[in-house]
Design a protein around this ligand. Structure first.
Ligand SMILES: C[S@@+](CC[C@H](N)C(=O)[O-])C[C@H]1O[C@@H](n2cnc3c(N)ncnc32)[C@H](O)[C@@H]1O
Length: 454
């Protein structure tokens, strides 16, 4: 599974690799990425991109590798339940990852079980470190073909959520919502796009007609399958960008605080890759977009170019950024992103209580900095795409304790969205992925709006 073996062995490895089909390589990429996410806390997309074969594979095989690895994380508890009675001794990390990817295919994906078993065995045979487990895996996977679906069906979806996260969600949102949230994790996610206002390209109505999508909220169009987004109408013209329905709300709330947003100076403080910058710029606001990641800012630049929208881009640590105070500041703070699990199921597996605590400390520094950059009378929006309670209301309570100039702007509805009243408890917004479940749910977000009075 690794390519760090002795040079003469590497040559042998190259010969073996040459004989591997692309579908075996895709399966191997998936297993390597699963191992990397689990052991090193890396994001799945990065882990896949760093496997040796991934970039050389056709788009179809890359998508296959991604789907296998995502299914491992989406179905982690059920996969564990399937393997438990069949694997007595804990296997090595590479063998475990390969078995997990095989169960994902056999039990949960539309893949020939025969191909899944034989190509998984080929993955193990292709590396000296796993070669000895090929027969064992073959025997285990034959049993998975016989009984895996039955075991998986008998295991409740909440088993797929790591215990510490499940505990926090149950305590914060209740047992029944927790069960409903778990059901969202195993569903195929919908694709939400935000359609630009007053764009020379296609408007939301044209886009709905061209794609069969459903308008929802103020500027979102919901499509049932993801596929290749760049092939959708209006992509090249820059009429829209992919953005979850919940992720579109912080900028909507910000804009709703102004009679006329045209030319209002707004700071998007952690802006990349720019979904919210695009919303603000498309409404005619004068946007300064700050982010410290040059890689992510590059994507923001590409997004602005494609949509023909304008913003001033600044690469800086937000804590070091200085400028004349703004009439509005949007702090879409770095967070655990556990609310985005519908499209990124790995976030439930590469986070831990310590990483959340580190992010909370950063959020507690960024909020006062955002406040210092908000002009008197101005609006400050704090948002996180996290479901972890600590990253939400306690941050606002702590901030307000030491910021007498600021008060909460109470929020009680989101236009065009039929959310339960308890999602606005305390005058803030807390969306849960099980909300609007019939139409596909939405990401878990926490949003608070504040005004600077003094
Ligand atoms: C939740 S994401 C922002 C998503 C973005 N607002 C959007 O809608 O596309 C958080 C961003 O914060 C950036 N970030 C993290 N720490 C930062 C810091 N100290 N200063 C500036 N940006 C930071 C990350 O690079 C990341 O792009």
């Amino acid at each position: 599974m690794t390519n760090t073996e002795h040079p003469s062995r590497q040559t042998r490895q190259q010969v073996i690799d040459k004989n591997l089909s692309d579908s075996v390589k895709a399966r191997r990429c998936a297993a390597l990425a699963v191992m990397d996410v689990t052991a090193n806390g890396r994001a799945l997309e990065l882990a896949l991109a760093e496997t040796e074969d991934y970039s050389k594979l056709e788009a179809r095989d890359r998508a296959f590798a991604r789907a296998i690895a995502a299914t491992v994380f989406r179905r982690s508890g059920q996969i564990k339940a399937v393997l438990k009675p069949l694997v007595r001794k804990p296997p090595t990390a590479p063998v475990k990852a390969v078995l997990q990817t095989a169960v994902a295919q056999i039990v949960f994906m539309d893949v020939s079980p025969h191909a899944a078993v034989s190509e998984t065995v080929d993955v193990l045979k292709a590396s000296k470190s796993t070669l000895g487990f090929a027969n064992f895996a073959n025997a285990v996977l034959r049993r998975v073909v016989e009984q895996g679906r039955h075991t998986a069906a008998a295991t409740p979806p909440k088993a797929n959520i790591p215990g510490w996260i499940r505990g926090e969600w149950e305590r914060s949102y209740g047992k029944i919502p927790m069960t409903k949230i778990a059901v969202q994790l195993i569903k195929d996610p919908v694709l939400d796009i935000s359609v630009a206002h007053d764009h020379a390209g296609m408007g939301r109505k044209d886009m709905a007609e061209a794609t069969g999508g459903t308008p929802i909220g103020q500027q979102t169009l919901r499509l049932s399958s993801i596929g290749d987004v760049t092939a959708l109408p209006g992509f090249d013209e820059g009429s829209w960008w992919a953005q979850d329905l919940a992720a579109a709300q912080p900028a909507q709330i910000l804009m709703s605080q102004f009679k006329d947003v045209k030319d209002v100076r707004v700071l998007d403080m952690c802006a990349a890759p720019g979904g919210k910058t695009l919303q603000l710029a498309s409404a005619g606001m004068d946007v300064t977009a700050v982010d410290k990641s040059s890689g992510r800012l590059k994507r923001l630049e590409e997004n602005l170019e494609r949509t023909k929208l304008k913003a001033t881009i600044v690469r800086s640590d937000a804590l070091d950024f200085d400028a004349e105070p703004f009439q509005a500041v949007l702090l879409d703070a770095p967070c655990s992103a556990t609310g985005t699990f519908r499209r990124h199921p790995d976030v439930l597996h590469n986070r831990n209580p310590k990483s959340v605590a580190d992010l909370v400390r950063l959020q507690d520094k960024l909020l006062p900095k955002a406040a210092a950059l908000t002009a008197p009378g101005g609006v400050l929006i704090y948002a996180v795409c996290s479901l972890q309670p600590d990253e939400g209301m306690p941050r606002i309570v702590k901030f307000l304790e030491t910021s007498p100039d600021f008060r909460l702007i109470p929020l009680s509805a989101l236009p065009g969205l039929d959310l339960p009243q308890e999602r606005f408890e305390g005058g803030v917004v807390r969306t849960l992925p099980c909300d609007l479940a019939k139409s596909g749910g939405l990401d878990g977000f926490f949003i608070a709006a504040l005004r600077r009075e003094g």
